[in-house]
Design a binder for this molecule. Structure first.
Ligand code: DNO
Length: 358
């Protein structure tokens, strides 16, 4: 398991590379050019600026999250070919700085979504919360208006461009069925995977978060049946998964340790975090510790250990603790604690295995 840590870039993150360096066992940063709109080719000078900063701290740039997919590709519009060509060029450039995995998602209009970014937990910290009924009952047009009226509405990792195009996008997706979305994903992968193979970069799709359709938009990366189908769309080791335990874990029917075992070899990248799911379907993000949430983090680590996981792993959203002012979910403290928990569990399994073999 190779431990990496998401970093949003100089001036765009409250956490510094110097601080990340002091978290045990982190070897690389998970990065992206967050200011380049989806669909555009990434400029080499900006890529090189990241490389210099990473080099100065002895971090690699092997994991990119995300190279976002332009909506026209998801919608299957004729204009998609231009954006697919740009995507290919970006892959070629990323190979020059040593990228080995690209995380992306195929969620229409929205990336991940929460209803409350700073919900108080019993211990006095805050964390991100999802109120299921609120989203289920919200009419998309009201949502569009709410976002338009609130210039500060944003989610970390979302490109601002998505928000600007919200109303027309909803309109365009009215014609798109779940099957269309699958066909459009297949069209994309059939063109991208050969290029990924050529440059030895594994594509790793991120599950939909939450893993069910919202606002009447189709969502297709929600659980094991869909992953089986995805991996067959283009049956290559370069067509893989970002197995995100928190996204998948907000649906308690998802057995994540079983997925780790079944999809071993097709998981270049693991996101590991916990959530506590309530009976009414709401959920809140918690510390990474298994006991604090409903996701079996120890069982997941055991599964990764059993399959001899050599891919990349990162802690994921944490709580906001010790009065840290940070991007929602992406502070230093709780993610660093998360890493130490993941290492603790992993190292114990390692030790056990060594002793068994002696
Ligand atoms: C949220 C993230 C997502 C993720 C993308 C992957 O914290 O997990 O924004 O990066 O969905 O493309």
């Amino acid at each position: 398991m190779k431990m990496v840590f998401r970093w949003y870039g100089e001036g765009n993150d409250t956490v510094s590379l110097r601080q990340i360096k002091q978290i045990p066992g982190v070897e690389g940063i998970v990065w992206a050019l967050h200011d380049v709109p989806a669909g555009e080719e990434w400029p080499m000078d900006k890529i090189m600026a990241y490389k210099e900063q990473a080099d100065a701290h002895g971090f690699h740039l092997e994991v990119v999250e995300s190279v976002n997919v332009h909506e026209d590709i998801k919608l299957g519009l004729p204009t998609r070919d231009v954006y697919i060509e740009n995507y290919k060029k970006t892959i070629a450039k990323l190979a020059q700085v040593g990228a080995k995995t690209i995380c992306y998602n195929f969620m229409p209009v929205f990336d991940w979504i929460r209803t409350d970014l700073f919900r108080a937990l019993e211990d006095g910290s805050t964390a991100m919360f999802y109120d299921k009924a609120q989203v289920d009952l919200m009419d998309p047009e009201a949502l569009v208006r709410m976002i338009a009226d609130n210039p500060y509405f944003t989610m970390p990792g979302w490109e601002p461009e998505r928000l600007r195009r919200l109303a027309p996008l909803f309109e365009a997706y009215k014609q798109v069925t779940e099957q269309d979305l699958w066909d459009n994903l297949q069209y994309f992968l059939e063109q991208i995977i050969p290029v990924a193979e050529q440059y030895d970069i594994r594509m790793a799709i991120h599950p939909d978060d939450p893993p069910w359709p919202i606002f009447g938009l189709p969502r297709i990366m929600t659980g094991p049946d869909n992953f089986r189908k995805l991996l067959k769309l283009v049956d290559s080791p370069y067509n893989g998964l970002t197995l995100c335990s928190g996204s998948l874990g907000s649906n308690p029917a998802n057995d994540i340790p079983a997925m780790v075992r079944e999809f071993a070899g097709r998981i270049p990248f693991a996101h590991i975090r916990n959530v506590r799911v309530y009976e009414n379907g709401d959920f809140i993000e918690t510390s990474h510790r298994a006991e604090d949430g409903t996701v079996d983090i120890v069982g997941i680590m055991r599964a990764y250990h059993e399959i001899g996981f050599t891919g990349y792993a990162r802690p994921d959203h944490g709580r906001h603790i010790w009065d840290e002012q940070c991007r929602p979910g992406y502070g230093l403290y709780d993610r660093a604690l998360g890493i130490m928990y993941l290492w603790g569990v992993w190292d114990a399994f390692q030790r056990e295995k060594k002793e068994r073999l002696q």
